[in-house]
Structure formats: structure tokens, C-alpha cells
Design a protein around this ligand. Structure first.
Ligand SMILES: Nc1nc2c(ncn2[C@@H]2O[C@H](COP(=O)(O)OP(=O)(O)OP(=O)(O)O)[C@@H](O)[C@H]2O)c(=O)[nH]1
Ligand SMILES: [Mg+2]
Length: 207
């Protein structure tokens, strides 16, 4: 298994708290409760002693959280950035405006090297309205993205393949075929961990 070393380098509740860009960043985006923080814990092999806070209630992560990763084996460091989720209906208009300011400010950030976005989508539902909005917005920013489905364990085995094909043939935009994860340190998460340094290098070379 590939082991990454990680430290949290910044928690930003507003644009003034965003850290100066230092290393390539991979932003993890998706609806509230889709499993962004859970994926970070799985990638860091911290499924029992969490580094990213997880909750069964949507709206847990309110800040941008920067985890600096040393992938080892002489490969360059990068940051995973856990974004607050969207589509959480119980938020007040003020909170939603604050979310938009924070996330917009992050993506517009001067000189940030955001390599790509991991767009998490709940495998049970496929892309919902907020996911389509995110897709269109990332298109307008010309931002590469990788789709990763979460909660694959909640779909009966026999239904998984036709559902996957239905979502993909509906036109998901992803730099490689979407992965399907289960919130644990499973084979697809291990695959993501293995290929991520290569994707950063490839996207950087093309960009
Ligand atoms: N069964 C299953 N549960 C999952 C999976 N991913 C996340 N969960 C659960 O879903 C809930 C939400 O997970 P979080 O990681 O906190 O979700 P988030 O996207 O960070 O949510 P916000 O911070 O609110 O935006 C938690 O109860 C997790 O344990 C998965 O792949 N399978
Ligand atoms: Mg979270």
C-alpha cells in the first residue's frame, strides 16, 4: 500500500485566511454529505482516527482545509483541499453567499496552481442540480476534473454496472473513467492514491 504523510497547514473561513500558494493543489468538491472529508481520511488511511472531521449531518465542513501531502518515493509534495459542500438546503441566504464568496475567492486566487478538481458524486443519485452547476462553472474556468462516485457500497451489486454506464453515457466530464469508492481504504481509493502524483505531473505538463 502507498502511504502518504500529511499535515493540516491551513483552515480558512474567509478569503483573507487563504494560505499563500506553495505547491500544486487538488480541490475536493461536491454536495454536502457526499463524503469529501471521508475520502480525505481514506486517502490518508485515517478511517478510524480521522484527520478531516466527518458527520452524518450535512454542512459539517464550513471552511477550506488544506492538507499538505508528502507522497514519498521522491515525488513532489502537493495539497489536498477539502471544500465545504454545496446544496445544503438548511443554510441561510447569508451562509450561502459566504460559501460562494469563499469558494469563488479560492478558485480565482492569484497564482494558485489548482491542478484539478476531484468532483465527488453520490453513486446512488448520480449528478444532481448542484453537480451540474458545478460542472458548468468548472467548464467556464477551464478546470480539469476527475469524477469519483462515493457510497458505492450502498448500491446492490447487480445494479452498479448499469447505473455506472447510465451516468457515464449521460456525458460526465472526467479526465479518466470515474472511480467508485465506499468511504473506506478500498481498492479504488488505493488506485486514486497511486495515480494522483502522475495526474498532477501530466496536468502540469499540459497546462
Ligand atoms: N456507506 C458510506 N458512507 C459514506 C461514504 N462516504 C461518506 N460516508 C458517510 O457520509 C456522511 C458524510 O460524510 P462527510 O465526509 O462528512 O461528507 P462531506 O462531503 O465532507 O460533507 P460536508 O462537510 O457537510 O460538505 C458520514 O456519515 C460518512 O461516514 C461511503 O462511500 N459509503
Ligand atoms: Mg466535510
Amino acid at each position: 500500500m502507498t502511504n502518504w504523510r500529511a499535515e493540516i497547514v491551513c483552515t480558512a473561513y474567509n478569503n483573507g485566511q487563504l494560505p499563500a500558494p506553495q505547491v500544486p493543489e487538488i480541490a475536493i468538491a461536491g454536495r454536502s454529505n457526499v463524503g469529501k472529508s471521508t475520502l480525505i481520511n481514506a486517502l490518508l488511511n485515517r478511517t478510524s482516527s480521522h484527520i478531516a472531521k466527518v458527520s452524518s449531518k450535512p454542512g459539517k465542513t464550513r471552511s477550506l482545509n488544506f492538507y499538505k501531502i508528502d507522497p514519498g518515493e521522491g515525488r513532489p509534495p502537493f495539497c489536498l483541499v477539502d471544500l465545504p459542500g454545496y446544496g445544503y438546503a438548511a443554510r441561510s441566504p447569508d451562509e450561502r453567499a459566504g460559501w460562494l464568496r469563499l469558494v469563488n475567492g479560492y478558485f480565482a486566487g492569484n497564482g494558485r496552481d489548482i491542478s484539478f478538481v476531484i468532483h465527488l458524486i453520490d453513486f446512488r443519485h448520480g449528478p444532481l442540480a448542484g453537480d451540474i452547476e458545478l460542472t458548468e462553472w468548472l467548464d467556464s474556468l477551464d478546470m480539469p476534473r476527475l469524477v469519483v462516485f462515493t457510497k458505492g457500497d450502498k448500491v446492490p451489486r447487480g445494479r452498479a454496472r448499469p447505473m455506472y454506464q447510465k451516468y457515464v453515457s449521460a456525458g460526465l466530464i472526467s479526465i479518466m473513467p470515474p472511480l467508485v469508492t465506499t468511504g473506506k481504504n478500498d481498492a479504488e481509493t488505493e488506485r486514486l492514491r497511486e495515480i494522483m502524483p502522475a495526474i498532477i505531473a501530466e496536468v502540469g505538463r499540459l497546462g
